[in-house]
Ligand binder design. Structure first.
Ligand SMILES: [Zn+2]
Length: 176
């Protein structure tokens, strides 16, 4: 970001205490932190939590996670519930944060959640947004998820965490 998004003035770098050099608009006299999008992706479970939902979209024959952008004013958790319902017609009954990663190509911070839905019924699938949706066992989902994708990274991180012998809960301890 080289110019102020309010007034178009060229930004300068200025030192901000505890933050370092931050873009500053000399006209607005305010710091302009970099802008990026926020999105969520979901590892969607059936009620018994033994299956994971993968979808295909936009004519691509690869399996990915349900995902969507966070609206301004919305919490990430609200987006999870809304997007799962909009794309699959399923109601989320619980959710848990899994992992996040910045995705440079779309300048998006992607927050990944696991969630449990109230049904396995895919008859209310939104066919305008989703070409195909299918429930997979954990092992089949691991094999079927699109290779070298962020979705794969999130899914494997979660499944490895579940199968780790030391894992008494799904909490992640930091630093990793
Ligand atoms: Zn400005």
């Amino acid at each position: 970001m080289n110019y102020c998004y309010e007034c178009g003035t060229r930004l300068e770098k200025r030192m901000l205490e505890n933050e370092g050099l931050i873009p500053f608009c000399p006209h607005c006299e305010t710091f302009r932190f970099p802008i990026f999008s926020t999105a969520v992706s979901m590892i969607v479970h059936n009620p018994r939590k033994d299956k994971i939902l993968l979808i295909q979209q936009y004519g691509k024959k690869t399996n990915v996670l349900v995902a969507g952008y966070v609206n301004q004013g919305e919490s990430a958790e609200e987006t999870v519930i809304r997007e799962v319902y909009e794309e699959t017609g399923l109601h989320v009954i619980s959710l848990c944060f899994n992992k996040s990663e910045y995705f440079q190509r779309s300048n998006t911070l992607m927050l990944n959640y696991t969630c449990v839905t109230d049904s396995e019924d895919l008859s209310r699938l939104n066919t305008r947004e989703v070409d195909q949706a299918q429930w997979f066992s954990h092992d089949d989902a691991r094999a079927a998820i699109r290779p070298d994708s962020l979705a794969q990274k999130f899914l494997l991180f979660y499944l490895d965490k579940l199968s780790s012998p030391s894992a008494v809960s799904t909490e992640t301890r930091y630093p990793l």
